[in-house]
Ligand binder design. Structure first.
Ligand code: UGA
Length: 335
């Protein structure tokens, strides 16, 4: 099997490459990215070819690889809420426009596409658990630019779905719910908002800065360990029943408020010799979202996935609980 991974040098891409190379000796990976930093350790592996291509500028080069693959993962995207509000058009260009071209090529060359949708497509849906086929996608007014990511992904979901019906496109849409783990974000960057919440808090600790709870920190997320997410992706690749399906990939048992998360991370940080002293001086402080992200931010209070469909069709279950997820992630960054 020839697998094309666009954005192979990102968080999900790098873990997917690693797993395939470890377990599936006869699968070939064509890895495309603008940077290989997170996959430098894989560059000399058998059945692995890396191409440095900027898909926004050199689409023709990418198209050649699409022609030659069996399945394409378009994983190159911006997935950081601060960028949604500060540079929404960059999000639209990469997350929507460049991925739309990949979708169209997949239709043209009759390739299977496994596309990363997102938990964010449900927006501010008030359901206690989000279901793939019944929950509404709820976004705010246009001035709340945060939702450009959600809308970009939602539109691609709709386009892919429609191509499935009209042209028989073989697709699977998967929706990660706050996947966490090694290599998520670069915690050396000190600026608030440069990382997603777990890595942001780790960065604050590393730099001895207070931890900010945005709008009180009662927001709830269900955090999912990256290896569980990759297990689901492997099952999707292997399983023909995954065709023309949408799967939430989250861990509803790991639901946690941002306030609880901050306390847990500070507590766990005491275990590391290099952090113990810094942690004593760090406080958890409140801030509001307009100050932290800007006025065009808006948030969802509670985001929990139903995973019944992935359990039933893929036979998948997330295994890593919240404490283990934080321990493994913190060990990566601090040991
Ligand atoms: C994330 C991102 O959009 C994507 O990574 C992804 O598509 C999706 O969710 C997902 O992984 O499911 P969100 O969960 O809102 O969105 O992003 P985080 O930056 O991780 O923030 C989580 C919560 O923590 C938000 O309510 C935010 O306001 C809060 N937060 C963040 C703080 O209280 N303090 C901080 O310093 C940072």
């Amino acid at each position: 099997m020839n697998i094309l991974i666009v954005g192979a040098g990102g968080f999900i891409g790098s873990h997917l490459c690693e797993r395939i190379l470890e377990k599936y000796g006869d699968w070939n990976i064509t890895a495309v990215d603008i940077s290989s930093e997170k996959i430098d350790h894989l560059l000399h592996s058998k059945n692995f070819s890396f191409y440095k291509i900027d898909v926004l500028r050199n689409y023709n080069q990418l198209e050649e690889h699409i022609k030659n693959c069996d399945v394409v993962f378009p994983l190159a995207a911006i997935a950081n809420p601060l960028i949604y509000v500060q540079d929404p058009l960059r999000v639209f260009e990469l997350d929507f426009e460049s991925n739309l071209r990949i979708v169209k090529s997949s239709v043209k060359y009759e390739k299977r596409i496994i596309f990363p949708s997102t938990s964010e497509v449900y927006g501010m849906c008030s359901d206690s658990e989000f279901e793939e086929d019944s929950s509404n996608c709820v976004t705010g007014p246009i001035c709340k630019q945060r939702w450009i990511y959600s809308c970009s992904k939602q539109m691609l979901d709709r386009v892919i779905y429609a191509h499935g019906i009209r042209d028989g496109l073989r697709y699977t849409l998967f929706r990660p719910f706050n996947w966490i783990g090694p290599r998520l974000d670069d915690i050396r960057n000190e600026n608030n908002g440069s990382s997603r919440v777990v890595t942001q808090f780790l960065s604050n600790i590393l730099h001895g800065k207070n931890i900010s709870l945005v709008d009180g920190g009662s927001q709830i997320r269900c955090f999912t360990y990256i290896s569980d997410g990759i297990d689901a992706l492997i099952k999707i690749i292997e399983n023909d029943n995954a065709d023309k399906q949408i799967f939430n990939i989250g861990n509803p048992r790991n639901q946690c408020s941002i306030k609880e998360l901050a306390k847990k991370i500070l507590d766990f940080a005491q275990k590391y010799d290099t952090l113990r002293e810094k942690v004593q001086k760090i406080q958890i402080v409140n801030t509001n979202s307009a100050e932290y992200y800007g006025k065009s931010y808006q948030d969802v209070q509670r985001r929990i996935s139903s995973i019944r469909r992935a359990e039933d069709i893929l036979g998948w279950k997330p295994m890593v609980d919240m404490d283990e997820l934080l321990t493994r992630t913190m060990d990566f960054y601090f040991i």
